[in-house]
Design a protein around this ligand. Structure first.
Ligand code: AMP
Ligand code: MG
Length: 498
């Protein structure tokens, strides 16, 4: 049966596994460990078509995306990487619970990794069991797909299965496997892996590979390694700004969780904040608040400095010169971030033009939100209604932007709007296209996980999947998913998948 399935797929999935053609030092060939009873929980048909996958039956999907059989052409492997975790360097991390099945060239000609997460131990697992609990699998599915719908670069979720096995965390939990699709799974930590081993040859090979795969224009530069570094900086500046625009807190921005391609990766203890608080932290392991909401740009820059260190010997033959150049490049991060942040914030306020005072206007809105403990998402979303003098909508009680505390600010904002040529209609349309009505709210994710784990009830999970596909549409039938949590529903801490 297994062999048949594999044979059947061979003619239809065109894997082209460039990573497995890299030298041995880059990975460990590792096959997934089969699970007892794979059951398909979710499958992303649209993404499957984008990847050019064939039509698969339910059983085939459950079989392949649990790792119970390998599609022909797959060369499964676990990738090697290191990482600074909360500031401390671990020279050897690697895929401890993930296995790359292979790469496909998608319909637009882009190379994409297809990876199982939770598919059993690998040589990099060390203490862990290589498995994932169902909860984190559901969370990653929902949040990564929500990112895609929001228009923010992120890894994608192709499939989720339950395994029919328990994984032991603090308690025994149902297990799951997620199939993750990424532009690649190369991280800052991949560079650190070879740098830590003083393996210059592999490092050069990695730089070459990354330039070919992600930043081909860097090849033409006078110093390709520096050009590569600057490209990564530019993507990360844009990415972190996008997170800030939607109130996202990654929670575990270690260098092994920073993708070289500029996609959001690793949805462990991440969360979107409800009420605005720049110091917000959710992750149970982030006790020092290192990765708090407002620290994210600074910490991204810190990670990029670690990347720079790995490239010093490759930027210029003269080491002092190299350091100087790397520093200059790193110096472009903050201005790039600030400019991306300001651009996006202008759009959130419906501003088409630029004025010197815009940053102050934005800051005073944020300050007012913080003072009023306003829900970040709803406050921005409601501004378009305020502009149109629409009757107070669904969230009257939670929306302080109509409250007196905001009236001075609203007047200032309206006078700013009057100095640009766009009509209120155009302004409102812009605002509704960038201020989501729906984000994957923590309490809703937790409720969906609880229903699944306790009662095998996936209704909420599928409802969330549906509503998060159109985050910028009003969808009144799903109004409950737009609401902030009630006091008793609030989730104050999130936990890693481990
Ligand atoms: P993360 O916190 O998800 O970024 O993972 C950090 C490191 O721990 C990575 O090298 C993972 O592969 C490894 N890891 C996390 N969970 C497990 C697990 N259940 N079994 C083995 N390794 C794991
Ligand atoms: Mg990770």
């Amino acid at each position: 049966m297994t062999a048949d399935l594999a044979g059947d797929l061979q003619t239809r999935i065109a894997f082209d596994n460039s990573y497995s053609r890299l030298p041995e030092a880059f990975f460990e060939p590792t096959a997934p460990t089969p699970v007892r009873q794979p059951r398909l929980l979710a499958f992303n048909e649209k993404l499957a078509r984008e990847l050019g996958l064939p039509d698969l039956g339910e059983d085939e999907k459950a079989t392949f995306f649990s790792g119970n059989a390998l599609p022909a052409g797959s060369q499964p492997l676990a990738m090697a990487y290191s990482g600074h975790q909360f500031g401390h360097f671990s020279p050897q991390l690697g895929d401890g619970r993930a296995i790359l099945l292979g790469e496909v060239i998608d319909q637009s000609g882009k190379r994409r990794d297809v990876q199982l997460k939770g598919s059993g131990p690998t040589p990099f697992s060390r203490r862990g069991d290589g498995r994932a609990a169902l909860g984190p699998v559901m969370r990653e599915y929902l949040v990564s797909e929500a990112f895609h719908a929001l228009g923010i670069p992120a890894t994608r979720a192709l499939a989720a299965v339950t395994t029919g096995e328990k994984v032991l965390r603090e308690v025994a939990l149902p297990g799951g496997v997620l199939t993750r699709v990424a532009s690649s799974h190369i991280r800052v930590g991949t560079f650190q892996y070879f740098a830590a081993r003083r393996d210059l040859e592999s490092l050069m090979r990695l730089v070459d590979y990354v330039i070919d795969r992600h930043y081909p224009q860097a090849r033409q530069a006078e110093r390709p390694a520096q050009a590569l570094f600057e490209s990564v900086i530019a993507r990360q500046a844009q990415l972190i700004a996008s997170w800030m625009h939607v109130g996202f807190i990654h929670g575990v921005m270690n260098t092994d969780n920073m993708s070289i391609s500029g996609e959001t990766i690793d949805f462990g203890p991440c969360a979107f904040m409800d009420h605005y608080d720049p110091g917000m932290v959710f992750s149970s392991i982030d006790t020092g608040g290192r990765y708090a909401y407002s620290n994210q740009p600074v910490l991204a820059q810190w990670n990029l400095a670690r990347l720079a260190e790995t490239l010093l010997r490759l930027i210029d033959p003269d080491e002092d010169r190299s350091l100087e150049l790397a520093k200059a490049s790193l110096g472009t991060f903050m201005p790039a971030f600030q400019s991306a942040w300001l651009d996006g914030m202008r759009r959130k306020l419906g501003l088409f033009t630029s004025e010197d005072d815009d940053a102050a206007l934005i800051q005073s809105f944020l300050d007012a939100m913080q003072g009023a403990k306003a829900d970040f998402t709803i406050a921005f979303r409601t501004l378009a209604d305020v502009l149109e003098n629409a009757p107070a909508g669904l969230h009257e009680n939670e929306v302080p932007v109509r409250a007196p505390a905001f009236s001075t600010w609203v007047a200032r904002w309206k006078s700013r709007l009057s100095r640009q040529p766009q009509t209120n209609d155009e302004v409102a349309r812009l605002m509704r296209s960038v201020n989501p009505a729906f984000i994957p709210r923590n309490h809703r994710i937790e409720q969906a996980i609880e229903a699944a784990v306790d009662r095998d009830d996936f209704t909420r999970f599928h409802e969330l999947r549906t509503v998060l596909e159109n985050p910028y549409a009003d969808q009144p039938q799903f109004e409950i998913y737009a609401r902030p949590p009630l006091q008793e529903e609030r989730v104050l801490q999130t936990f890693c998948g481990t």
